[in-house]
Design a protein around this ligand. Structure first.
Ligand code: ADP
Ligand code: MG
Length: 697
């Protein structure tokens, strides 16, 4: 792993001002073994952890609400006399009812099951209750209100925190524990965040922030509700700041490493050899990449752009520059299949560019040895394969650039291996899933980013329509019409991870069925389990027009470009992420003819699936779609893998708190640029406070 900075404030460091808040929660009043274990399950081990376990909402118990001012449907704190107390029966269930009144009126408070402890209350006594009221006939009633008794003065007179449920611990109990922690541990609490940053961002001091975030004294419920009280902002900021500081330090460390300064003159020559004119966007990012490559530090750049925007050619141009300098390029895809696909789809360009490309995958047998040898001799310019490329078995003659496609599927670990292995080659990472900016900043926060935000000219917008499974015949009718015009079609069976075998069977069956339903057309089938040469043959046939309908699994996700294919049907669309569907449909819409994408799905009219798929019907903006995916399915799902903890924030939420994330990022990077030593010091403190492993340099 990367070198880890040694924290200066560990438990063993007796002088650290932070030592105290690293006390285990079991040192708090009321926390025994059982509760400590429950807290631990929530990742709460120390007092510091507990401070970042924030209330999910607040109950407004600031003042007593006169009974005649209670709003049905809302909660209220009330005070009154017990006018009547007794059991009532309601649909065979025992209920204890209290009628409570004062000069403003009478309410009914009810408890199902008539719990025993309530029978110690007496008629005529005063009582204080907090509950949610609803109207029932003449009277307002509340079920299971909380009774506030003598000694509960903390429980009223302010906004009272409501914490996320923890098994076996009542809300009152959690409040008492947190209150104890705050009284004992926030006095004179050292604040690791520099005062300058705090003031610039109008953030309260740490101790105050903790107090106010749990027990707000300056009560503005609206702010609290949207997580924007100064105290909440401060704690959210902290979490982002910690991550961004890690990223900023990583980056500054990388920038101090020695890299290759590639000569980059005479690029026009290669532009002329391309079969098309580059878009303005492509030229801009090529310039960014090339400029970066000419510096004597390792490049670490992310190339982002919607599907079909032409990232591959940009990467190949960078590769060409590297090869011209006498270095080699490793081009890595996340799976063997994708690597093969890349190899096939870049053949034309690499030939035109005079680059010697080779494929290396585990399925190649003895041929692999030959490829390895040639790579070692420097006889191969670009080696395409999976991330196995950067592992021990492959020795490059002179590796200068690593291109990583679909980086998000690799995960952060692979990037780390890569940086360790190679002698500081440049790294260009491409991602086809447009990553919402906020997520990008946490996931790729240590990278420079280039964005292609333009599609090659002549692309016709794809008309997308959603069909319910029972309207399948309509879909076939549209399909038939299109093919009769001389166009071709994709029929896609996206595979679900883990159920490939079943899905494949479905796809094969579907091809058979289609042959029966549409006997006039040539129907081909392609899938990932086919050997490479067979797949090549089928693609060739499709390209030449010998196949009208190509039934496929997600094999066609990358790199296939057949302009005459203008219609795509996606089966089982409800099972897939919007971004994935968006990627798939990018395979049509590549010619002068208008294109269509038909989604076949099972859904209820009012259901979530319908709503979700509706988004993809309406927009072709990959970024918007990704944002939507992120909102609906969360980051892990969107990226197809669960990344290593990078968004296991306790307080922060990358969507809700996007602007705080930007602020924290700015400050962290500025701090590292301005005062690296101070930045390291703060990093050490912060990482010693957090026992999570997310923040290793
Ligand atoms: P991405 O990887 O960004 O999804 P590709 O690099 O696969 O997109 O490009 C999609 C297709 O568009 C390829 O067939 C490529 O040759 C073609 N292409 C790329 N750039 C241009 C351009 N400037 N003009 C026309 N076609 C282009
Ligand atoms: Mg691509």
């Amino acid at each position: 792993m990367m070198e880890k900075y040694h924290p200066s404030a560990t438990d063993s460091d007796k002088d650290s001002p932070y030592r105290k808040i690293l006390s285990p929660v079991s040192s708090l009043k009321g926390v025994g073994k059982v509760i400590a274990r429950e807290l631990q399950k929530r990742g709460i081990q120390t007092v510091y952890d507990l401070f970042y376990f924030l209330p999910r909402s607040f109950q407004d118990r600031r003042k007593f609400v006169p009974i005649n001012e209670i709003i049905p449907g809302q909660s209220a704190l009330i005070k009154g006399k017990i006018l009547k107390l007794g059991r009532v029966r309601l649909r065979y269930r025992a209920i204890l009812e209290m009628l409570i009144g004062n000069k403003n009126g009478i309410i009914s408070a009810r408890w199902m099951g008539a719990p025993r402890y309530l029978f110690r209350f007496r008629k005529g006594e005063d009582i204080i209750l907090f509950g949610r009221f609803r109207r029932s006939f003449e009277m307002l009633e509340t079920y299971h209100p909380e009774i506030i008794e003598d000694g509960d003065e903390h429980e009223i007179g302010s906004l009272i925190p409501v914490y996320p449920e923890i098994e076996g611990i009542s809300q009152r109990r959690i409040r008492r524990i947190v209150r104890d922690a705050i009284t004992r541990f926030t006095q004179n609490l050292e604040d690791p965040l520099p005062t300058k940053i705090r003031q610039a961002r109008k953030l309260p001091e740490l101790g105050d922030a903790i107090k106010e975030a749990h027990f707000p004294s300056e009560s503005r419920p609206e702010e609290l509700h949207i997580w924007r009280s100064p105290a909440q902002r401060r704690l959210i900021f902290d979490e982002f700041f910690m991550l961004q500081l890690t990223l900023a330090l990583k980056r500054s460390k990388a920038s101090r490493q020695k890299g290759i300064a590639f000569g980059t003159h005479g690029m026009e020559e290669i532009y002329r050899s391309l079969p098309f004119k580059l878009t303005g966007s492509q030229k801009r990012v090529i310039h960014e990449i090339i400029t970066d490559m000419s510096r004597p530090f390792p490049m670490n750049r992310l190339l982002q752009g919607d599907v079909g925007c032409g990232k591959t050619v940009v990467a190949l141009i960078a590769a060409w520059a590297v090869v011209r300098n006498g270095y080699q390029v490793a081009f890595m895809a996340p799976t063997q299949l994708l690597a093969e696909q890349h190899y096939l789809s870049t053949l034309e360009l690499t030939r035109r560019m005079n680059l010697k490309a080779a494929l290396l995958t585990s399925g190649m047998g003895t041929l692999a040895d030959e490829v390895r040898n040639r790579v070692k001799q420097g006889d191969i310019d670009i080696l395409i394969g999976t991330h196995a490329l950067i592992q021990e078995s492959v020795r490059f003659h002179r590796l200068g650039l690593v291109i990583i496609d679909e980086q998000h599927r690799f995960g952060v670990e692979q990037r780390a291996i890569l940086k360790q292995k190679a002698t500081s080659p440049d790294v260009l990472t491409m991602t086809a899933t447009p990553i919402p900016r906020t997520l990008g900043l946490t996931l790729y926060g240590d990278l420079d980013i280039s964005v292609i935000d333009e599609l090659p000219p002549g692309r016709k917008p794809i008309q997308t329509r959603l069909f319910h499974e029972r309207d399948r015949t309509k879909v076939y009718a549209i399909l038939t019409e299109e093919i009769k015009k001389g166009r071709q079609a994709y029929m896609v069976y996206p595979l679900i991870e883990g159920s490939e075998k079943m899905d494949l069977k479905d796809a094969t069956q579907m091809a058979e069925e289609l042959r029966g339903i549409l006997p006039d057309f040539h129907i081909g089938m392609i899938h990932g389990r086919m050997p490479l040469d067979q797949r090549e043959g089928i693609m060739e046939a499709f390209k030449k027009g010998a196949i009208d309908i190509l039934v496929s699994t997600t094999v066609i996700e990358v790199g296939i470009n057949i302009p005459n294919a203008t219609i795509m049907v996606i089966e089982n669309a409800e099972r897939f992420g919007l971004s994935q569907i968006h990627q798939l449909r990018g395979r049509v819409g590549r010619s002068v003819y208008p294109s269509k994408c038909l989604l076949l799905a099972s859904y209820r009219k009012t259901g979530e699936a319908r709503r979700r798929l509706g988004v993809i019907e309406k927009t072709t903006d990959g970024f918007r779609i990704a944002e939507e995916d992120l909102a609906i399915r969360g980051p892990g799902e969107l990226l197809g893998v669960r990344q290593s903890g990078f968004y296991n924030f306790r307080v922060a939420n990358i969507m809700r708190d996007a602007e705080i994330l930007s602020e924290a990022r700015e400050e962290a990077f500025r701090l590292v640029d301005g005062d690296a030593e101070l930045a390291h010091g703060i990093y050490n403190i912060l990482s010693s406070l957090s026992h999570s492993s997310n923040f290793n340099l």
